[in-house]
Structure formats: C-alpha cells, structure tokens
Design a protein. Structure first.
Length: 214
C-alpha cells in the first residue's frame, strides 16, 4: 500500500531562493507542489523523502527563475485491487461503513459485510447482524479486501475505494478471532469423536475375539 518510488520533475526555483541552499529550496518546492496530491498511475503523494540529484539549471527568456531537472524519492499511497487491508471504522451510515485505510477512507457497503441480514441502528450508530447479533460501530478494527478503486486527481478527498469482508479470513478482527476459536473447538470435537470411534472399534474387536474363543 505504501511504496517508495524515484521520480523526476522539473522544479522552478524563484529568484528569492537562489542565494540559499539549493537542495533545501528544491525539496521545499517539491513538497508544496506534490504532497497530498493524487495521480492515477502512481497513487497519492504522502511525503518527499530525499532529493537525489539536481541537474544544471536552465534559464528561460523573460523568466527570472531557474529550472532544475530533479530526481527525488517519494513515499506514495497506492491502493491495489484485491489487496487485503486493515483499518478502523470512522463512520457508520445506513448503507454501510466508512473505513480509514491510510490517508483515504474506503466504503464497506452493507451488502459486503456478511452473508447475514444487517439492520442499521441509528441511535447506537452501528450495524447489527440478524442471526448472530454481531455489531459493527465506529472505532472497530477490521480486515477487508479492496475490490474497487477510483482516484480523483483534482480532489483526492473525493476518491472512492470499495471494500468487501465477504471472504474467508476477513471481517471485524473480533469476529475473526471468534471464528478461529470456534474452528479450534470444532476440530477438537472432531478429533475426540475419532478417538471415541477408534475405542469403540477396539472394544468390538476384543468382543469378537472372545466370542470366537468361546
């Protein structure tokens, strides 16, 4: 989800910053220009990490600034289709839950939470499953899979990420742990039944041998 990449861009340094540390000036300009912005190809720029190389500056006629081709390392948030993510619920609405995953929120539609019927508890600000009575509310941590991505380059906050929990190993973390414990108990009961069956078979064999001797 978070990726460090090396990028190249042309940075215009205004006359007021030409007398100081060029690397510091270029990094600051890159931060103002790119941090918080989104690109469909590379994702959302989180932070400019390092300025790696600055080429010789170029001057354009009628422009007092100097242009530098710059190579730099940048940390980007890049959601991937089918990627499994963990996040916290930040808002419950009638049609689902918004989940914070990195700098963006993903939508977990009510149809993608579980196979059970779910009702919306407006007063309690939570979603409740009909059969098991499980609840999903603000602050709950969960594990989901990304199934839809639509990044808005002009307004990153309007980007849309669709999530699902209707697959094995996904869900509210507490639910996952509960299911894991149930699976363990089920496995123990199964092993117990096997042992009891073996014992019964042994007894039947012994009984059969005694009857033959008699």
């Amino acid at each position: 989800m978070y990726v460090k990449i090396r990028a190249v861009d042309v940075v215009r340094v205004p006359p007021a910053l030409l007398g100081g540390d060029l690397q510091v000036a270029v990094k600051e300009i890159l931060r103002e220009k790119l941090e918080g912005r989104s690109d469909k190809k590379i994702g959302m720029c989180i932070a400019i990490l390092d300025v790696v190389d600055i080429k010789e500056g170029r001057i354009l006629i009628g422009d007092a600034g100097v242009y530098y081709e710059t190579a730099f390392d940048v940390l980007v948030f890049r959601p991937m289709m089918q990627e499994i993510v963990e996040g916290a619920v930040v808002e419950i609405v009638e049609f689902g839950a918004f989940v914070e995953i990195g700098p963006l929120d993903g939508l977990l539609h009510i149809s993608q939470i579980t196979d059970e019927y779910i009702s919306y508890d407006e007063k309690g600000a939570k979603l409740v499953t009909k059969d098991t009575g499980r609840t999903l509310g603000e602050g709950d941590k969960l594990r989901a899979r990304i199934v839809a991505i639509s990044l808005n380059e002009r307004d990153p906050s309007d980007s849309k990420i669709g999530l699902t929990m209707r697959q094995p190993g996904l869900g509210k973390l507490e639910w996952i742990e509960e299911d894991r414990e149930k699976a363990k108990e089920k496995a123990k009961d199964k092993d117990k039944d096997k042992e009891e069956k073996k014992e019964e078979e042994k007894k039947e064999k012994k009984k059969g041998k005694k009857e033959k001797k008699e």
